[in-house]
Write a protein of this length. Sequence first.
Length: 277
Amino acid sequence: MNLPRVVIVCQARMGSTRLPGKVLLPVAGASLLERFVERVQHSKRQDAIVIATTMRAEDGAIVKLCEQRGWKWYRGHSTDLLDRTFNAARANNADVVVKVPSDCPLIDPDIIDMVIDRFLERYPDVDYMSNLHPATWPDGNDVEVMSINLLERAYRTAKAPHEREHTTPWMWDANSDVRCGNVIHPLACDYSMSHRWTIDYREDYELICSVYEALYQSNPAFSTDDVLRFLDEHPDVASINSHLCGVNWYRHHLDVLKTVQPTETRHWSVSTSTEAA
């Protein structure tokens, strides 16, 4: 049997309202997007990586960077990320689609491969695999793997606004027709509500810059364990965005999500937007 073609789709845009232009902010001598892609490229299980951005004029800067760096790119819908992801995957002949958002600049390629491997071990008798349901890794190591057939089903079937905006809820939120799996932390740890490595606010950016400044020069491929060790040794850095730990998009949709509990998210009064990359 021919091996399925594994394509990683990375959603990216300039139009964040909370931290405008965040994907091109500088970190460790390059843009955040460049450092993110550099880490994703260390995945040994991917056959292609595509940056999925929007048709908005401001996202021409992302396309320009992609062309300069020789990255694959796709421009699609600005708010319907299910549409954008499916069409980016289809344009790159994917059999298996891996969703890793660009607001995860500390993504660990070994975790990407761990989730892909678990999916491929069961393929084609699995439709969807992630490390998010339930989440146990530090927030910002989000990996979702799905068959192109499932992604197309969702693209043609999902109707609710949160299902279109956040790409995958139609698949994992109590859909009995979808064969789902999950990868938890191998040591049975749960960092999901205590460690925030995604980038959405200025404080997130400050923490991420501090991590890169400390670890990148000596080891550009630093691991999740390296980051955990550094933060344990530098509680002043860990505290930069500690008030945001657990804040995620679930908090705005608890009335419609069937499988997400209030304990899996945290409200923060200053935050009002549900935006996705």
